[in-house]
Design a protein around this ligand. Sequence first.
Ligand SMILES: NC(=O)c1ccc[n+]([C@@H]2O[C@H](COP(=O)([O-])OP(=O)(O)OC[C@H]3O[C@@H](n4cnc5c(N)ncnc54)[C@H](OP(=O)(O)O)[C@@H]3O)[C@@H](O)[C@H]2O)c1
Length: 283
Amino acid sequence: MSSNPPAKNDKLKENLQINPIMKTALVTGASSGIGATFAQELANCQYNLVLVARSQDKLQQLAQQLEKDYQIQTEVLSQNLTEPNAPQTLFETITAKGINIDLLINNAGFGDYGLFANSSLTRQLEMIQLNISALVALTHLFLTPMRQQGEGGIINVSSIAGFQPIPYMSIYAATKAFVLNFSEALWEENQDAGVTVTCVCPGPKETEFFVKANFPNSITESSQQNYTSPEEVVKATLNAFQQKRAHIVPGGFPNQLIANLPRFLPRETLVKAVAQQFRPKNK
Ligand SMILES: NC(=O)c1ccc[n+]([C@@H]2O[C@H](COP(=O)([O-])OP(=O)(O)OC[C@H]3O[C@@H](n4cnc5c(N)ncnc54)[C@H](OP(=O)(O)O)[C@@H]3O)[C@@H](O)[C@H]2O)c1
């Protein structure tokens, strides 16, 4: 699959190419954080990988490392998933290469901190395009062949931000609520067709996410005691997926509380309480 595998593993790779039990996973946002960790863990489980993100260099580096460490095959496809045609292009490229995707991991996503009225509208719409539209398009494109084959899996990455509205992160939280609701509906729709759809709702983690989202230190510091490592998140998710669960909230009691409390509070009380935590400290 990859154009630059280490030569000494050629013989082994020829064997893997015809190995009927080898499965292939597509991971979006594989160049860092949770996506790179999914890639690592799936390589460890002997999945061949299609790695997608914008940063071609980072993807190539990861692909070469995983090929070397786990004797798997990889394909690197650099795509900007905020471009409306990117999912279709990705699907066509993968199909043309004769690759069958057994497991789709819709992980690419970003957030943006601040007052919605002062935010860049372009950035908010790009977030909706990446976190929602690209995820929906990729799910639709790859679900059809999975259903025809009577097997397959889709893991969608939401967040505990998806369980309640979040002032100062309004669009991000809304996109993650969409991902959770959409995924749970698909979990039910596709059970009898042999396709498992699992949604993961991680709590805060030490990845590049908060820096890219322009989060003030005062807020990230207060949530640091809740940090779960990307490794823990990915292991818990793959376990939940194997158990055919609709969703998983990794990270123990604090995250379970955040995910479940909103159901018992009046909505205005809830949104005011959340605002207290996320409001810029100088306001
Ligand atoms: N970190 C947290 O605390 C946390 C908590 C809950 C949920 N999540 C969710 O977990 C997922 C992964 O986040 P992370 O924490 O691992 O953050 P991250 O380290 O910033 O990773 C984000 C990934 O998405 C890719 N990406 C961003 N924009 C893209 C675009 N336009 N086209 C294609 N790929 C794009 C990035 O690669 P390129 O820049 O190379 O394109 C990168 O690989 C996200 O959906 C996030 O919402 C994160």
